[in-house]
Design a protein. Structure first.
Lengths: 568, 88
């Protein structure tokens, strides 16, 4: 075959060359094989749906993909690719939650229709939430409708990835087929994967790691993707390990907390018959990586055949399609012992004493033609090795735009750097390179809270807090995260209480209301809730909340709190 | 296990899950008010399943929203049913 330009080319080729090979397997929440699709079946079903889709939407129009994890999502995604309709995968809105981003995403991408499963369609609240949307359910495509339309081209948009931007102002990262092919190739090379590299994935399909790695990487390789729901993993992480063993999977990916969960829920009796010796690559990314997690995981599972050299820390985000840096399969990972106090002021120094030591994990290097530099955040001037600054990346794996958002596109995805001709992604993350080009991520400039691999924006959380009780002052709160004693990111809420209400409220009850609202709207636990006097939250002269200053004051115990921290 | 033992077990688990001092886990405060998110809920339910050797519906905390209510219900079930019985 000619060099494939898109994943559709690969699917068509595979369906002809190895029609009976299994492309996708879906496991039930008990770990049993629930459904599967061969390459030929996937193509046939996707073509049949593409024919229906093409009758309803023109190439370049958007289709919302509202699915739980499963094979229906995969069929819908490839139907969109075939019909050249831009796929927009989103999280299934939770029934009770009014405050998620789905409404703003719909407003931003203006989809022609939404694809979903019959099971979800039966849930009336989806229609009620989006009364103006046309819905198409996808069950039962089986007949070959004789799909013959033009195949997508490399520069066609494959999908929009809405993991950036706040709930009210979501940013859809525009991913073309070229972006995808470049990133899949980067991962194939660095992970040394082949058509024999089965992958097992539990990360949600609307998440960049779940989509670009979990769902699409095996198809790119021509191997098999074994999929399971995030809930199945959360309840029984050993089912993921069992699937890795049973399907002799070589490459899997997950955020740091997933590896922690495997260890904390480890029971020797659950591991019976599980052999992890074929497992070659355990990618760890999507949130800060902790060396303790990697060590504990390797120690816990070494008796079950796990090779610690499989651990593969990596760095990337939706804007880089997925992976930006990583090492090579089997190379293990690098760590550095640095001075904690120097790191707090963004300097790389040797620890002064044992208690000043923090150990950080390297995220590998760039792959293929991609470039990565560290710049001084204000001037954009490039820094040398061992200097901390903003991480900037350039290359064909970087998305060209945010959907219908030219300002954010120019500022973040097409930034200019002094003395450079190309355009750069400004990641908003802080880090440094060592002399060998290994990247160490040390912090972030952007006001983003990452919990269990999911991005949260402080303004969304603050809005939920202030809606929880009338005594809580509007525009008088700050949400930020701090690393706790275990190095895990924890949410802190600092909130002003109205002067007139100060003596009337029960701080404990208010803290409960705040926690309830934040969990309900955002699925994160507010570990620290701090109520403060009105007018004491740091703001700029124009009234903009200074979250960084609030964070510093809280860490130093210098906030003017109403009561000692309301613990529950 | 008795109701009180189950309640004490829940408190210990929540101290560990929420990382708060013991005195701030009130047995009559709703789990949602404590801020328990869905991952934490799953964790608590799995720990209870392990401890009691029972299987429950994972929505059980919605029906028995405080430690007091949950432990009363579970104590009854644990004593009434054989191990492995599905409850909730």
């Amino acid at each position: 075959m000619a060099a494939p330009a898109t994943l559709v080319d690969i699917l068509v080729h595979r369906a002809a060359a190895k029609p009976q090979d299994r492309a996708y397997i879906f496991l039930s929440d008990q770990g049993a094989e629930e459904a599967s699709l061969t390459y030929a079946e996937l193509l046939t079903r996707a073509q049949a749906l593409a024919a229906r889709l093409a009758a309803a939407a023109a190439p370049g129009e958007r289709a919302l993909l509202v699915f739980p994890s499963g094979l229906e999502f995969v069929v819908a995604l490839f139907a969109c690719f075939l019909a050249r309709v831009i796929a927009v995968p989103i999280m299934v809105p939770r029934r009770q939650s009014a405050r998620d981003s789905s409404v703003s995403i719909v407003a931003n991408c203006a989809p022609k229709l939404a694809l979903t499963s019959a099971a979800l369609m039966a849930r009336q609240d989806l229609v009620e939430r989006f009364p103006a949307l046309a819905w198409m359910t996808i069950d039962g495509e089986s007949s070959d409708a004789g799909w013959t339309s033009t195949a997508p081209q490399a520069d066609d948009i494959a999908f929009l990835q809405y993991t950036s931007g706040s709930t009210s102002d979501p940013k859809g990262v525009v991913i073309t087929h070229r972006n995808l092919m470049v990133n899949e190739e980067m991962m194939r090379i660095s992970l040394r994967n082949s058509e024999h590299s089965t992958c097992v994935n539990w990360i949600p399909h609307f998440h960049d790691m779940g989509l670009v790695f979990g769902v699409l990487h095996p198809l790119y390789l021509g191997s098999t993707a074994v999929l399971m729901s995030p809930n199945a993993f959360m309840q029984r992480p050993h089912l993921w390990l069992r699937a890795i063993s049973q399907y002799r999977a070589e490459a899997v990916a997950g955020p740091n907390f997933g590896y922690d969960l495997c260890v904390s829920r480890y029971r020797p009796e659950l591991m019976e018959g599980i052999d992890l010796s074929n497992w070659k690559v355990a990618c760890c990314g999507a949130e800060p990586i902790r060396v303790e997690t990697l060590r504990r995981f390797a120690e816990t599972f070494a008796p079950h055949g796990f090779d610690s050299r499989a651990i593969y820390p990596c760095y990337g985000m939706a804007e880089t399609t997925l992976q930006a840096t990583g090492r090579m399969r089997g190379d293990g990972y690098a760590t550095r012992n640095l001075s904690r106090s120097a790191l707090q002021t963004n300097r790389v120094e040797a620890p002064r004493e044992r208690t000043d030591t923090t150990e950080i994990v390297g995220c590998g290097r760039t792959v293929l033609d991609e470039r990565l530099v560290i710049v001084e955040p204000d001037s954009g001037a490039q820094l040398v090795a061992e200097q901390i600054g903003e991480i900037c990346v350039s290359g064909d794996t970087i998305a060209g735009a945010y959907w219908r958002n030219p300002e954010a596109t120019e500022a973040t995805l097409r930034a200019r750097l002094p003395g450079e001709d190309s355009v750069w992604l400004r990641t908003g993350d802080l880090g440094f390179l060592d002399e060998s080009g290994e990247l160490y991520v040390t912090g972030r400039i952007k006001e983003l809270i990452i919990v269990r691999g999911m991005n949260h924006y402080p303004q969304d959380i603050e809005r939920s807090v202030q809606a929880a009780h009338p005594a809580l002052r509007q525009n008088g709160g700050a949400a930020f995260s701090v690393a706790d004693e275990r190095g895990e990111e924890q949410l802190v809420i600092v909130q002003e209480v109205e002067r007139t209400e100060r003596n009337k409220i029960d701080p404990k009850e208010i803290a409960g209301l705040i926690r309830e609202a934040v969990t309900n709207d955002h699925e994160i636990y507010a570990r620290h809730v701090v109520l403060i006097r009105p007018g004491t939250l740091p703001k700029t002269t124009s009234g903009k909340i200074q979250r960084g200053a609030a964070r510093t004051l809280w860490l130093e115990g210098r906030l003017s709190t109403l009561v000692a921290e309301a613990a529950a | 296990m008795t109701k009180d033992e189950i309640a004490a077990f829940c408190v210990d688990q929540l101290v560990d899950i929420l990382r708060v001092p013991k005195e701030s886990v009130d047995v009559n405060t709703k789990f949602t008010r404590l801020g328990l998110d869905s991952a934490m809920t799953i964790y608590l339910v799995m720990e209870l399943e392990d401890k009691l050797k029972l299987e429950f519906d994972h929505e059980i905390l919605a029906d028995y929203p405080t430690i007091t209510e949950l432990s009363a219900y579970l104590a009854e079930k644990a004593n009434a049913g054989a191990a492995g019985q599905r409850v909730g």
